[in-house]
Design a protein around this ligand. Structure first.
Ligand code: GSH
Length: 232
């Protein structure tokens, strides 16, 4: 019912986490980012920013034509509204889930992404850039830790906000972070890791690709040298 355009990255895992939790049938269409498949016209028609994840809902609630959606936050919100799951129904819980969802897509994701870039992918080590993004990642971890001091999950109950954040905490060691410094975050992380749906989502990823990005020189060129000329 849902076509998922996916690669095995944190933003991709957000959507398999949701679909596995909600028990929604889906078909994965792998988009190999290291081979430039994000630039194929068929994929760009769904995801004009040449980024995964994207979905097509073949059975939208209005009974009309299939609905394509890009941007992980928009996808999670759409799926939560479609299924009535993982978005609190009360006004205050819903506001909290949306706040932390937007916080993730606007903050944790981009900052941790730059952290990965400068710590792991750039051959020339740039101390200023590494320090900036490791520090900012640790600040964001502390914000999460504080939020979770008195709450089981970010919006009280398990929601799309947690599903958006969790995959970005999984590579915490690569981000230069120690979860022992953030005990509430660590408890939250271990609780989500133990969920059967989380296990299934990450097992799906292993079936599709076991090579960490960026695999090779070709992948580096495709991923790290994009300019306006790539937007066709
Ligand atoms: N804001 C986007 C970010 C998506 C994103 O950056 N996806 C990466 C993988 S994690 C991607 O597709 N990269 C392909 C490329 O850089 O060409 C979202 O939340 O969906």
């Amino acid at each position: 019912m849902i076509d998922l355009y996916y690669w095995t990255t944190p933003n991709g895992h957000k959507i398999t986490l949701f679909l596995e939790e909600a028990g929604v049938p889906y078909t994965i269409h792998p988009v190999n980012l290291g081979r430039g498949e994000q630039f194929k016209p068929d994929f760009l028609a769904i995801s004009p920013n040449n980024r995964i994840p994207a979905i097509v809902d073949q059975d939208p609630g209005d009974g009309g034509a299939p609905v394509p959606i890009f941007e992980s936050g928009a996808i999670l919100l759409y799926l939560a509204e479609k299924t009535g799951k993982f978005l609190p129904r009360d006004l205050r819980g819903r506001v909290a889930a949306l706040e932390w969802l937007f916080w993730q897509v606007g903050g944790l994701g981009p900052m941790a992404g730059q952290n990965h870039h400068f710590q792991q992918y750039v051959r020339e080590k740039l101390p200023y850039a590494i320090e900036r993004y490791v520090n900012e990642t640790s600040r964001l971890y502390a914000v999460l830790n504080k939020r979770l001091a008195n709450l089981l999950f970010l919006a009280g109950e398990y929601s799309i906000a947690d599903m958006a954040c969790y995959p970005w905490i999984v590579p915490y060691e690569k981000q230069g972070q120690n979860l022992d410094d953030f005990p509430h975050l660590k408890r939250w992380f271990e609780t989500i890791r133990a969920r059967p749906a989380t296990g299934r989502a990450y097992a799906k990823a292993m079936e599709i690709n076991q090579t960490p990005m960026p695999e090779d020189e070709e992948a580096r060129k495709i991923l790290f040298a994009q300019t306006a000329a790539n937007v066709k």
